[in-house]
Design a protein around this ligand. Structure first.
Ligand SMILES: Nc1ncnc2c1ncn2[C@@H]1O[C@H](COP(=O)(O)OP(=O)(O)O)[C@@H](O)[C@H]1O
Ligand SMILES: [Mg+2]
Length: 244
């Protein structure tokens, strides 16, 4: 496990049509660590993640993976390059079973690899194994989040992008989700997580960036973030970071 920058997001401008959201945003994701990207609603965090995963093409700037530009790559290319993405919005098929949702995550795998790979992923998620035949719509919020993450792990990604995993979950379950991310990082995965629930995320994150109006305005080791007055201002006038 090294600490070199696996991903370099370099002076990226990107947005939707003529609307520029990211203004020369730069950040780095180091190998084997958990990097937190935080900031108020509408700051551009999800836009940055989508741009990294190839869903939005930057207007200018560069994005490098292991030093090589990945600008113009599609999400499918990114999956092949070892990156997986758990979007902020619900991405499961609610009327399909847990197993079937997992199968769809492995659609790029050769048929005969699919079943053992699903088994491998279920090893990590005993609760999902118990409910493997249940319809996804019957899962609790925490179980759904587990399924979304489990599905992203099917292709054995090296890098996991996770957008706001705590939304809609109770504090206890949020803690469990971050513990899971911590274990994945301990197993060697590199993780970029977007999260406004900073206190929970900081239990596992190593480095944090603060985003405001499409710009990176803070770049700090995770342990120093809660003491940073600028950071408290960034998150809704301090309420988020101060809330227990
Ligand atoms: N599909 C879209 N089309 C146009 N504007 C969008 C779209 N998605 C997000 N935006 C706008 O981009 C800005 C940043 O959004 P987003 O990246 O989702 O912020 P965050 O994830 O930090 O809350 C917001 O002003 C939002 O309204
Ligand atoms: Mg978002």
């Amino acid at each position: 496990m090294g600490t070199e920058a696996l991903i370099e997001f370099d002076q990226v401008e990107a947005g939707y049509g003529n609307l520029t959201i990211l203004h020369k945003a730069s950040f780095q994701v180091r190998e084997g660590l958990i990097t937190l990207l935080t900031g108020a609603n509408g700051a551009g965090k999800s836009t940055a993640m989508k741009t990294l995963f190839g869903l939005i093409r930057p207007g200018s700037g560069d994005i490098r993976l292991r030093g090589k530009s990945i600008v113009g790559r599609t999400p499918r290319d990114m999956l092949e390059l070892g990156m997986a993405y758990v979007p902020q919005d619900r991405s499961l098929f609610p009327s399909l079973s847990v197993y079937h949702n997992l199968e769809l995550g492995g659609i790029m795998l050769p048929r005969k690899q699919l079943r053992p790979r699903i088994e491998e992923v279920l090893e990590r998620f005993p609760r999902l194994r118990e409910r493997v035949q249940s319809q996804a719509s019957t899962l609790s919020g925490g179980e759904r989040k587990q399924l979304e993450i489990a599905r992203a792990l099917l292709l054995r990604p090296e890098i996991l992008l996770v957008d706001e995993p705590s939304i809609g979950l109770s504090p206890k379950i949020v803690g469990e989700v971050f513990e899971l991310l911590g274990r994945l990082a301990a197993d060697g995965k590199t993780i970029l997580v977007v999260e406004q629930n900073v206190r929970s995320a900081l239990k596992v994150a190593h480095h944090a960036y603060g985003m405001e109006l499409g710009r990176i305005v803070l770049d700090l080791p995770a342990e120093s973030i809660l003491d940073n007055p600028e950071f408290n201002r960034l998150l809704l006038g301090g309420h988020v970071a101060e809330a227990a």
